[in-house]
Design a protein around this ligand. Structure first.
Ligand code: S3P
Length: 497
């Protein structure tokens, strides 16, 4: 699926994950932070931006369209060109693996009277774009694709875009956001109706940028109204990107299934349209509590404390799917360790993610000795004590790779993931962070961890001062191996007499 060399990774069974970590910035909010600050007039500073490949592809596309974006220490500085101020890119925009970059940027350029070309990697070139093409064509954009509505595609915007009223046929925040971004630069009032609520980071950030956007809950769903005023000025701001709940998900499930664990993940975005997984894990008996709940820049945040817990099976209703759409691979792993059969409804959208995730979950769980099957868009997983012992086919899908690395931390036999390279699209420091908590994932993705000297604590003191007891207790506490050198030299001495 990718032209770069495949890099396998393998976790060893782990115990006692411990620590307090800050997870990488939210991917969805990072894309929106770059795109909306590009539409401001003047400088916006962004802190906590996710520096994953997907977000870097958005930055690069905006630079090609005349936006100055640079990094200064930990701060990303975007010099916005204002609504209507983008320039035609003179190159094809390569969006790599990122569906969000492609679909949202298609919306952003749709009301510009110039042509933009988009392409991406094997995975992205196989994903459906018709869902954004239909509304953007209604707004006046002229879009040509490869057959089946696939990338590469060209989009020629119009100088006279039309405001539309559009009801989303699929629950997709990407489609909703593409229309909202196009509407910013379209005279008149555009309305989007979403029958099933999806993540609302675009709406929240527009409010934070003081751009008028109305939201109304009607019997048909949420009605979002935006009145575009081309050339209007957008206030520039400082944006603090909270941690990504979809990345925190891997740490949370690891702590639940690895015996003896207790971790805290700080500054996680707790937008209720993103937290379906945590609710589901709590229903499974997961000991998950929220601390320091607060609001920042239009989003809710909290620190999440998780302790190892015995899990029981769960049934997840279809209505919850939009609030955890990226989390089913890791939920399926949690379900493999739960007592009983878990049932997850409404998963049709998983077939068109970075890979056909429904198939990837079933194929790889089955290889690990877990009974898993689909009936229509419902997934069934029977839990217990997964055997593992397989090589996982990731299909260049970051969430499949990370989910099965987590599984291998608690399965009976080691697991190898065929290719961990895709992880850098969304969670570049995943291996380092997990190993910092006590995980034992070896991968060339994390050379700093692999080549790190092992931590050794030595204890010395006078005879009968309690060295052995202290060493044993420390080893138990930190989940480390324990070597009593006193016994060792006595055993060697005895052997020689
Ligand atoms: C995203 C929306 C979701 C999600 C994706 C990010 C976004 O996609 O799967 O990872 O940032 O808007 P859909 O809109 O296709 O459901």
């Amino acid at each position: 699926m990718t032209s770069s060399p495949m890099i396998p990774a393998s976790p060893q069974p782990s115990t006692n994950l411990r620590g307090d970590v800050v997870v990488a910035g939210d991917k969805s909010i990072s894309h929106r932070a770059l795109m909306l600050s590009s539409q401001a007039l003047g400088l916006t500073e962004i802190k906590g931006l996710l520096e994953g490949d997907d977000v870097l592809n958005t930055a690069s596309a905006l630079r090609h369209m005349g936006v100055k974006i640079e990094k200064n220490g930990d701060v990303w500085r975007v010099e916005g060109v204002g609504i209507g101020g983008l320039k035609e890119a003179s190159e094809v925009l390569d969006m790599g693996n990122s569906g969000t970059s492609t679909r949202l940027l298609m919306g952003l350029v749709a009301p510009y009277p110039f042509t933009t070309f988009f392409t991406g990697d094997d995975s992205l070139r196989s994903r459906p774009m018709a869902r954004v093409i239909t509304p953007l064509a209604q707004m006046g954009a002229d879009i040509t694709t490869r057959s089946g509505g696939k990338l590469p595609l060209s989009i020629t915007g119009t100088a006279t875009p039309k405001a539309i009223s559009y009801t989303l046929p699929v629950a997709s925040a990407q489609v909703k956001s593409a229309i909202i971004l196009a509407a910013l630069n379209t005279p008149g009032t555009t309305t989007v109706i979403e029958p099933h609520a999806t993540r609302d980071h675009t709406e929240n950030m527009l409010e934070y940028f003081a751009i008028p956007i109305a939201r109304e809950h009607t019997k048909d769903g949420t009605k979002i109204t935006i009145t575009g005023k081309p050339k209007q000025s957008v206030q520039n701001r400082e944006i603090l990107v909270p941690g990504d709940p979809s990345s925190a998900a891997f740490l949370v499930v690891a702590a639940l299934i690895v015996p003896g664990s207790e971790i805290v993940v700080r500054n996680v975005c707790m937008n209720p349209l993103r937290t379906g997984l945590f609710t589901t894990l709590q229903e499974m008996g997961g000991d998950i509590t929220y601390e320091n709940a607060r609001a920042l820049g239009g989003e809710k945040l909290a620190d999440i404390r998780v302790r190892h817990s015995p899990l029981k099976a769960v049934t997840v209703p279809a209505e919850r799917a939009p609030s955890m759409i990226d989390e089913y691979p890791i939920l399926a792993v949690a379900a493999s360790f739960a007592k009983g059969e878990s049932v997850m409804h409404g998963l049709a959208e998983l077939r068109v993610k970075e890979s056909d995730r429904l198939n990837a979950i079933i194929e790889n769980l089955t290889a690990c000795g877990v009974a898993a099957r689909a009936e229509g868009d419902t997934l069934f997983v029977t839990g217990g004590a997964p055997k593992g012992g397989a090589t996982i086919t990731t299909r260049f899908d970051h969430r499949i790779a990370m989910s099965f690395l987590v599984m291998g931390m608690a399965s009976r036999e080691p697991i190898t993931v065929d290719d961990a390279t895709a992880i850098k699209t969304s969670f570049p420091n995943f291996v380092t962070l997990m190993n910092g908590l006590g995980g034992r994932i070896s991968s060339d993705q994390a050379p700093s961890t692999k080549h790190q000297a092992p931590l050794v604590i030595t204890i010395d003191g006078p005879a009968a001062s309690g060295k052995g007891t202290l060493a044993r207790r420390l080893a138990e506490h930190f989940g480390m191996d324990y070597l009593d050198t006193g016994s060792l030299y006595r055993a060697v001495g005895l052997k020689l007499v």
